[in-house]
Design a protein around this ligand. Structure first.
Ligand SMILES: *Cc1c(COP(=O)(O)O)cnc(C)c1O
Length: 492
């Protein structure tokens, strides 16, 4: 229940002074008048009490005589959209709910329910404006400037890596990484299949061929079993991949040591897609720093954001210098505009880098909040067998960028139905990523499953659900999600 409804209930023999005191205590601006059977008679507001006083009643009189003829209320099963419509119809901001016996069970407040609860929204700290203002003050609005250099250095120091290039998106970072490794038409690149399209699309930008690798149910990340099968097949066909792009899904690092153990004998470089895992660790090291190159994203929904942006990182300075060069149109080092190579306009702007510098300072807080959100879901829903959670591997700390679970296939509602019901309550939940091997655009490319001939990624997509996980979601807001989930996850 949203609130202790008893604390809002009064009866006709309550004195006006006591009603006023109760209004003061409960602080939501409304009381519920009930009869001797505990049934709803009407709501009582400050205004109702004031009007009684103006007609000559005194503070010690009771509420006897208040008109109870046309009370506004709804059945407790009402969903948020219908409740809002009812409030509009009656021009009220409070709506009491009653059970089948007419006994009040809750009061909905417009200010609490009319805000849609989103999956993951930007959460600014208090220093971003300082760096952005500096950029404006010093007239460094041109693409390059001190914030870009400082953001690169500060991020590299934070994750403990040698070098970083600030770019306009995570997608651009991966595109440059593949370009720098020389990925070209005719090459293959192995990619995690259970991910967002941006982890694989840049392979097609380079006109190379993606090969899609399933996930391990223990980590939801690239399955070493599936990878071994793919490498064996590549060896037999005489064409090893030019690179392996490994995703750290929903903030959890892949088991990178196992993957490197398979790739190292062939000298195949590993690129870590750490778009969702900035702040995560793997065996004590920062997620994203373990491959030949790694990249982060600062898109609006990520753990920290610059509204849009990305960072390519590596311990190899030549790779990062090349990325900076390619990201600024590959301009040769002469006094005029001369180009011997094809470049891109992929650099991060100095203003956005200012936001990033502020955000980096609250990264650890954001990780702690996301993890607390996940723990609250787990705690509040622990008695519901219908949901199981994405596991956290014991080799490191996940950021729990999103709180993700699997709905049991024998539950009375499917993941899809639960997502739709949450949406009717003004709560945004999403499906787990639809795997790349199920995407029409990747239909013709080879794929390798974790199991004999079935994919774990298929199960994750069919039954998976991502819940609102923002670091700025309040405990009250999250409990709203929890209460709806409790009714959807119950066995009847
Ligand atoms: C967000 C994301 C990207 C792309 O990052 P952008 O900055 O949005 O281009 C790549 N991979 C994964 C797994 C992501 O979640």
């Amino acid at each position: 229940m949203a609130r202790n409804i008893q604390s809002l209930c009064i009866s006709a023999d309550t004195k006006i002074i006591d009603a006023l005191e109760k209004l003061q205590e409960t602080g939501i601006g409304i009381l519920v008048l009930t009869n001797k059977h505990g049934q709803l008679q009407r709501t009582v507001t400050d205004g109702d009490l004031r009007r009684m006083m103006l007609t000559g009643r005194s503070l010690s009189d009771t509420l006897e005589g208040l008109d109870t003829t046309d009370p506004v209320y709804e059945e407790e099963a009402i969903d948020v959209n219908r409740a809002l419509a009812a409030m509009d119809l009656h021009q009220v901001d409070h709506l009491p709910l009653v059970n089948t016996n007419g006994v009040p069970t809750d009061v909905l407040l417009r200010r609490e329910i009319d805000k849609k609860l989103l999956l993951s929204t930007p959460h600014l700290g208090d220093q971003e404006m300082k760096f952005v203002s500096e950029a404006f003050r010093s007239n460094w609005i041109a693409p390059l400037g001190p914030n870009v250099d400082a953001f690169e250095q500060e991020l590299a120091a934070h994750v403990n890596i040698g070098h970083a290039a600030a770019l306009c998106s995570g997608t651009a970072a991966l595109h440059l990484a593949l370009n720098i490794l020389g990925v070209a038409p005719g090459d293959t690149v192995f990619c995690s299949s259970l991910t967002f399209i941006a982890s694989a699309a840049p392979v097609l930008y380079q006109r190379a061929t993606p090969v899609l690798i399933d996930s391990d149910p223990a980590t939801w990340n690239m399955s070493p079993v599936a990878l071994a099968k793919a490498l064996e097949s590549a060896k037999q066909s005489g064409q090893l991949p030019k690179a392996v792009v490994v995703v750290n899904l929903y903030g959890q690092s892949a088991d990178i040591d196992e993957i490197q153990l398979l790739c190292d004998p062939y000298g195949i470089p590993v690129i870590e897609d750490a778009a969702e895992s900035l702040g995560a660790t793997y065996k004590g090291k920062s997620s994203g720093t373990l491959g030949r190159m790694g990249f982060y994203s600062f898109n609006g929904n990520k753990i920290i954001t610059t509204s849009g942006g990305g960072m390519l990182v590596s311990d190899d300075e030549t790779l990062i210098k090349k990325a900076r060069f390619l990201s600024t149109q590959a301009k040769d080092d002469v006094p005029w505009y001369e180009h011997s190579e094809l470049g891109y306009n992929y650099r991060m702007s100095n203003v956005l880098a200012g936001i990033g510098r502020g955000q980096l300072r609250v990264l650890e807080d954001r990780v702690a909040s996301r993890r607390a959100v996940f723990e609250r879901y787990q705690q509040e829903l622990k008695s519901y067998r219908a949901i199981s959670w994405m596991p956290e591997a014991d080799y490191g700390r996940s950021t729990r960028w999103l709180s993700v679970g699997l709905i049991s296939p024998d539950h009375r509602l499917s993941a899809k139905e639960i997502i739709a019901s949450l949406s009717n309550e003004g709560i945004e939940a999403r499906h787990v990523w639809k795997p790349m091997h199920m995407q029409p655009i990747f239909a013709s490319y080879a794929r390798f499953p974790h199991f004999e001939d079935t994919f774990f990624a298929d199960t994750a997509f069919a039954n998976g659900i991502c819940l609102p996980s923002g670091s700025n979601m309040t405990a009250d807001q999250q409990m709203r999600v929890v209460r709806v989930l409790q009714s959807l996850l119950s066995d009847h």
